[in-house]
Ligand binder design. Structure first.
Ligand code: SF4
Length: 336
């Protein structure tokens, strides 16, 4: 029996290289060996975008196409939309009785995100919603609705998995052994830095390269990437370890990486030449992704069919779990 993997991604924008190297690349390795559910988390996306559902809706299709363009095989991966599986919402309600508000506020991921909201929105950050504070609970429901056993995550999401495990243990203690306790499967790639050197790559930071970017856009972005600021003239020696161009050369596995490093350190390489080489490598890297992307953009009926089939498989598993959950909780009213 293959183990079950559940992972999800919020449809709030296109995939960028941070997503690709931080998550998708790992999914591609795992997709053949597991029973793999990949959730387009539209309900979770609404916690931050409840006043802009159009944005979420538009991005569901965009994101699905991006995911498929990375090489995810819909024959191996059940790709589905979260809101099409109402059993997740039902389980979220049951779980909400098993978690205290104090515990939710102590969750380091929630704490960090509340602090970030306050930093960005000032006093508006005070009006943190119930849905936002409660999202670890709905995430626990996402995982356990599909009896997810392994959950691919970044290090910053480990507290969410721990919270899920606590909920599962409490549920099983109260209602009897019903749910599987998931384990985190830590991403082998740490967080990918932005072109500006920021530790995080993101749309709001304007430092990301998207899988959907054209050659022209990539040229513009790379030409503005942060290099070693101490290098003024073409033949100044520089430190590649503080340069984002070098960082991306390594990321796309430039086979000439040792030469790049040596020439940079020796003052035998100009930044413009180095950036042009990176642009070429990035475009080579993106060729197969662009080809698949173009195919799915031309075949929206196939994208719809993939999501429909993924949803049928997800629904089947969710109904099976909920039947067991309701039996355990003694709320099965098929007979009175
Ligand atoms: Fe960066 Fe290349 Fe310039 Fe060195 S030569 S600082 S690696 S862009």
């Amino acid at each position: 029996m293959k183990k079950t993997i559940l992972t999800g991604i919020r449809p709030t924008g296109n995939l960028h290289l941070g997503h690709y190297f931080g998550a998708c690349q790992n999914w591609l390795k795992l997709q053949n060996d597991y029973n793999f559910f990949l959730e387009i988390a539209d309900v979770q996306a609404l916690t931050d975008n409840f006043d802009n559902p159009e944005k979420v809706r538009k991005n569901v299709k965009e994101l699905t196409i991006d995911i498929l363009s990375t090489g995810i095989n819909p024959k191996n991966v059940h790709l589905f939309i979260q809101s099409k599986i109402p059993e997740i919402a039902e389980l979220t309600v049951f779980y909400s009785n098993l978690v205290t508000m104090a515990r939710l506020y102590r969750n380091p991921t929630v704490k960090t995100e509340i602090a970030q909201k306050k930093a960005i929105f000032g006093n508006e950050g005070e009006s943190v919603t119930y849905g936002f504070v409660g999202y670890p609970v709905s995430q626990a429901a996402d995982i356990t609705t599909f009896q997810g056993e392994l959950i691919p995550v970044g290090e910053d999401q480990l507290p969410l998995i721990e919270q899920c495990r606590e909920i599962v243990r409490k549920f099983n203690r109260i209602y009897g052994e019903t749910l599987k306790e998931p384990e985190a499967l830590l991403s082998p790639t740490p967080r990918i830095k932005g072109l500006d050197g920021n530790e995080k790559m993101g749309k709001s930071l304007g430092n990301a390269i998207y899988l959907a970017d054209s050659e022209e856009t990539i040229t513009k972005k790379v030409m503005n990437a942060k290099t070693d600021t101490k290098k003024i003239k073409k033949d100044d020696p520089a430190n590649p370890d503080v340069c984002m161009v070098y960082y991306y050369h390594k990321l796309v596995k430039n086979e000439n990486i040792e030469t790049v490093c040596k020439e940079c350190k020796g003052g035998n390489r100009g930044c413009v030449q180095c950036k042009k080489e990176l642009i070429q490598k990035l475009n080579e890297f993106l060729v197969p992704i662009r080809e698949k992307r173009a195919y799915y953009l031309e075949h929206p009926e196939e994208v719809k069919r993939i999501l429909d089939e993924g949803t049928i498989a997800a629904k089947e598993k969710a109904q099976e779990t909920m039947k067991t959950v309701r039996n355990s909780m003694n709320i099965n009213y098929e007979e009175l």
